[in-house]
Design a protein around this ligand. Structure first.
Ligand code: PEP
Ligand code: MN
Length: 342
């Protein structure tokens, strides 16, 4: 249920509604907009209905949230966009984020070189995997804690917030020491125990759409994090499985405007894993930015021919600044503020 407060509702009246919701074991999720405060009441519907909150002082009306995802739904925020502040870098609303870095943290030199190049080019965050989900158990699985240490060093040198993947809840503590954003990979999008754990951590989360997941399933994954009281969630379209074999996955750009219609959460697009080919990364990035994505997460490497993982799709550090400037121009088409040089 969604309790819409009157514009003139006092803080005491808001608090009283929250207390009544919590008195029946439900959770209250207030969201304070410019105009009105809306309180999401999540729990047993019958218990909440019995409270007859529409008669309570300060309450304008009580309306059901029709979607199965409640906290992720646009209805809860009255069309207001969520803007996240990740260590001073904003994403959502008019703010665009360019998240760039290697697929995998391979070495100190590779990580620091890439971090400096993307920072110089105006990227707003650094990506890099220390724990890698690989199709083959015989493939390189990531440097683990040593990789996290290198990411920490790159963050210290460049000031860029770090986005890195968590695959196993047992690694949560070391990952949280470095991560400004925890990435949940496509293969773990429906690992509900992991999503709840990251939700409880309070750390911002980027959830990648599963290879064959619907948008509703993606939003339900976000709901698992939001339900724990963690409001810092980004959704990521990274390409889905279709019958097409000419490229790795099919980037579903329709997801961008549709997710914006369904949810208030920032939408990020990953053109690298979708394409699987370097030459496709820029056109897909420009299309995503122009379609209104709130950010792009892209792979960059100083020597992709010798990359341990995903070499064919990683952009070269040479030329990355020009790429970033063109992405910025495309984002401006969709009304986003400048991020390069910001
Ligand atoms: C990644 O971003 O490093 C990655 C493995 O992506 P995905 O989970 O989308 O395959
Ligand atoms: Mn990769």
């Amino acid at each position: 249920m969604m309790i819409v407060m009157k514009q003139a509702a006092t803080e005491d009246e808001i608090q009283a509604v929250i207390e009544r919701i919590e008195s029946v074991g439900a959770r209250a999720h207030p969201s304070r907009g410019d105009e009105v405060t809306v309180i999401g009441a999540i729990g047993d519907l019958e218990h909440i209905a019995r409270l007859e909150l529409d008669g309570q002082p300060g309450v304008d009306r009580v309306v059901p949230i029709l979607k199965p995802y409640k906290l992720a739904s646009n209805q809860l925020k009255h069309g207001e966009r969520t803007v996240l502040d990740i260590a001073g870098r904003k994403i959502g609303g008019e703010h665009f984020a360019l998240i760039a870095g290697p697929c995998t943290v391979e070495s100190r030199d590779q990580t620091l070189t890439t971090a400096h190049v993307v920072a110089q080019a105006g990227a707003t965050m650094l990506r890099g995997g220390a724990y890698k989900p690989r199709t083959s158990p015989y493939a390189f699985q990531g440097l683990g804690q040593e990789g996290l240490r290198l990411l920490a060093e790159a963050k210290e040198q460049t000031g860029l917030p770090v986005v890195t993947e968590l695959m196993d809840a047992r690694d949560l503590e070391p990952v949280l020491e470095v991560a400004d954003v925890v990435q949940i990979g496509a293969r773990n999008m429906q690992n509900y125990a992991l999503l709840s754990e990251v939700g409880r951590s309070g750390c911002p989360v980027l959830i990648k759409r599963g290879l064959s997941s619907t948008l509703e399933e993606l939003l339900m994954a976000a709901e698992y994090v939001l339900k724990e009281g963690n409001e810092s969630v980004m959704l990521c379209e990274r390409g889905i499985r279709t019958f097409e074999t000419a490229y790795r996955f099919t980037l579903d750009l329709t997801a961008v405007p549709v997710l914006k219609e369904l949810s208030h959460l920032p939408i990020v697009v990953d053109p690298s894993h979708a394409a699987g080919r370097r030459d496709l990364v820029e056109p897909l990035s420009l299309a995503a930015a122009a379609a209104g994505a709130d950010g792009i997460i892209v792979e960059v490497h100083p020597d992709p021919e010798n990359a341990i993982c995903d070499g064919p799709q990683q952009l070269r550090t040479d030329g990355f600044a020009e790429y970033a400037a063109r992405v910025q121009a495309a984002a401006a088409v969709a009304g986003k503020a400048a991020f390069v040089g910001a």
